[in-house]
Write a protein that binds this ligand. Structure first.
Ligand code: ZN
Length: 435
């Protein structure tokens, strides 16, 4: 089905487009037209009637860890009393247990969950310390099958030794170069966090990273990251990266919680992409982004889920609550997100003619009046964490009637369980990573 209309819904992009009884005409993977809904206007074209639901641009998750998908139900290996011990006893142990098969299956499980929640673009931050070379290519296969957009990177770290970081650097640069001209899948330079990167490794990254290759890093997530940078004489984690000339307007900084005055100044000057991950921050008890200091940020899930509306609701509950400035949230959730998405994928985000047809129909029919001004209220209190009704990526339907269209989900999940079992066995025998 190359040409079809999705209509009889509320078409909105949180910015300029709001059509109460509207339709989106999709042709050859692109948005051909947006307008009012009249079935008779499209007599020869297939038509999907969405019954009054919300038709929106597909969501972006700008900070995800698909490798964590098979950790659901897995307990840390010992009592965890702080953030760094949680990494050592759960996440680093898990990623060190991943092999090629489990990397692929994790990616696909996470992508399926994301697509069910209307996500059509994911910035993934990957780690599998004992399967480095080729790991990004393995993940990209799952993206290709699903047909969604991905910005992939490997989290360079010295936690397995400085010599290992060499392979991480190669994997990042190799994948980036091979995907320069790919429309849907691109590479970034992944780094775990300042506190697992030595001066020596940062030097190497600064020397070898192509100038136009963006970084993706956890930055000031926990106080420990901030203190580590101070010990080396830097003002904070952003300052350290900036001194290695790694910060520009395409840098992706996840969290940005524990920062210095100088760090905030650099963010103001160089305008990197700041991703706040409210559910992860609450889960790890690391604090919250300072919204008085950082005005331009977008929301990510940090591996907690693939659900951007649930993340939006969590952000609301954990931040302003009844004092919330909804117009600020709306700017972040829509305009700011589109801006970020288009830095990497120029023809997506936002409802405009000629853009890629990346569309979500949220499974929610408002029972009260909806307007451009109260959209956030409808998403947070009405749609909440509802799954998508329909997800379209590059003009292809990838989720409809509760079913993923690009894979037999039942068969795949049955297979995934077997692979997860083997992964958990390797995890049990994997010692905690000492760093
Ligand atoms: Zn993360």
């Amino acid at each position: 089905m190359d040409n079809f209309v999705v209509g009889n819904g509320i078409v909105l992009d949180g910015m300029n487009t709001f059509v109460e009884n509207g339709a989106v005409f999709i042709s050859d993977g692109k948005i051909e037209k947006i307008g009012s809904f009249e079935k008779s206007r499209f007599p020869d074209v297939d038509f999907i009637d969405v019954g009054g639901r919300l038709i929106m641009p597909g969501f972006l998750n700008p900070h995800h860890h698909l490798y964590s998908s098979l950790a659901v139900g897995l307990a840390p290996a010992c009592d965890v009393d702080n953030f760094v011990n949680l990494l050592k006893s759960l996440w680093w142990k898990l990623d060190a247990s991943l092999d090629e098969e489990s990397v692929y299956v994790s990616a696909m499980v996470g992508i399926i969950d994301s697509v069910k929640h209307g996500v059509t673009a994911i910035f993934d931050h990957h780690a599998s310390m004992n399967f480095v070379r080729g790991s990004l290519n393995t993940i990209s296969k799952a993206f290709e099958i699903a047909g969604i957009k991905g910005l992939l990177c490997f989290e360079t770290s010295d936690r397995m030794g400085i010599a290992d970081a060499e392979r991480h650097i190669e994997e990042n640069i190799d994948f980036f170069e091979r995907h320069r001209n790919n429309r849907n899948i691109k590479g970034a330079f992944g780094m775990h966090a300042n506190f697992t990167l030595s001066e020596e490794t940062l030097n190497k990254i600064s020397d070898r990273k192509p100038e136009d290759m963006p970084i993706h890093i956890h930055c000031g997530e926990d106080l420990y990251d901030f203190q580590y940078c101070r010990e080396f004489g830097y003002s904070g984690p952003v300052d350290r990266l900036d001194r290695y000339e790694l910060i520009d307007d395409k840098s992706i900084l996840a969290h940005a919680i524990h920062l210095s005055e100088r760090d905030y100044d650099i963010i103001g000057e160089k305008r990197p992409i700041v991703v706040s991950n409210p559910e992860s921050n609450a889960n790890n008890r690391v604090g919250k982004i300072d919204r008085d200091r950082i005005k331009n940020f977008i929301l990510g899930t940090d591996g907690m889920s693939g659900d951007m509306i649930a993340t939006l609701r969590s952000f609301y509950l954990l931040h302003g609550g009844i004092d919330e400035d909804f117009s600020e949230m709306q700017k972040s959730f829509f305009a700011q997100r589109y801006l970020v998405q288009r830095k990497f994928f120029s023809e997506t985000g936002e409802f405009r003619e000629g853009m890629d047809a990346d569309v979500v129909v949220v499974d929610y029919v408002p029972a009260t009046e909806i307007s451009p001004e109260n959209v956030m209220g409808h998403l947070i209190f009405g749609a909440k964490s509802s799954k998508a009704y329909l997800t379209i990526s590059n003009g292809k339907i990838i989720y409809q009637d509760g079913k993923i269209t690009f894979i037999d989900e039942d068969d795949f999940i049955a297979e995934a369980r077997k692979i997860a079992k083997k992964l958990w066995e390797r995890y049990s025998s994997q010692p905690a990573i000492q760093f």
